[in-house]
Design a binder for this molecule. Structure first.
Ligand code: C2G
Length: 132
């Protein structure tokens, strides 16, 4: 059983997120998503989510590729998460290329997956705010 983990906010869940989750699951047999909490989003990423943590978690739990959702509460929990959850592979979009290579020191494969270029939560919000 190859176990994969990825991290993110996943607000206004869209097909770019789904593309990422599908390819992350293809890396193994069991996919854990560490979902940024509302506090972590605001304090560490200055992101104000449209959907709350619970709403974002419910959406992710309905995605066929996702096996478990856990909270992401800090940048540095990754180093312990990979041991606590017996992770084989860490995946994330290539907008983070190189940022998490240190996880290789923990014996974890690190995979950066190409982002889906034309869609983003920021653009969706801009379009819906009348910039269509
Ligand atoms: N993503 C993608 N294509 C898009 C948009 C997002 O592949 N068009 C990917 C991102 O690269 C990321 C995941 O979907 O792997 C979730 O994206 P965000 O919610 O924007 O996550 P982010 O804010 O990058 O949080 O500790 C890591 C952070 O929590 C990552």
């Amino acid at each position: 059983m190859k176990r994969v983990i990825t991290y993110g906010t996943f607000d206004l869940l869209h097909y770019g997120h789904i593309n990422l989750l599908r390819r992350a699951k293809e890396q193994g047999d069991y996919l854990i998503v560490a979902l940024s909490t509302d506090e972590f989003n605001w304090e560490q990423k200055q992101k104000k989510c449209y959907f709350s943590y619970d709403q974002r978690a419910a959406l992710l739990e309905a995605v066929r590729y996702v096996d478990l959702v856990i909270p992401e509460q800090s940048w540095d929990q990754k180093r312990t998460d990979v041991h606590e959850y017996h992770i084989d592979t860490f995946c994330i979009g290539d907008d983070w290329e190189g940022e998490f290579d240190f996880l290789r020191e923990e014996g974890v494969e690190v995979v950066y997956l190409p982002r889906t270029p034309e869609v983003s939560t920021t653009q969706i919000k801009a379009d819906l705010n009348g910039n269509l």
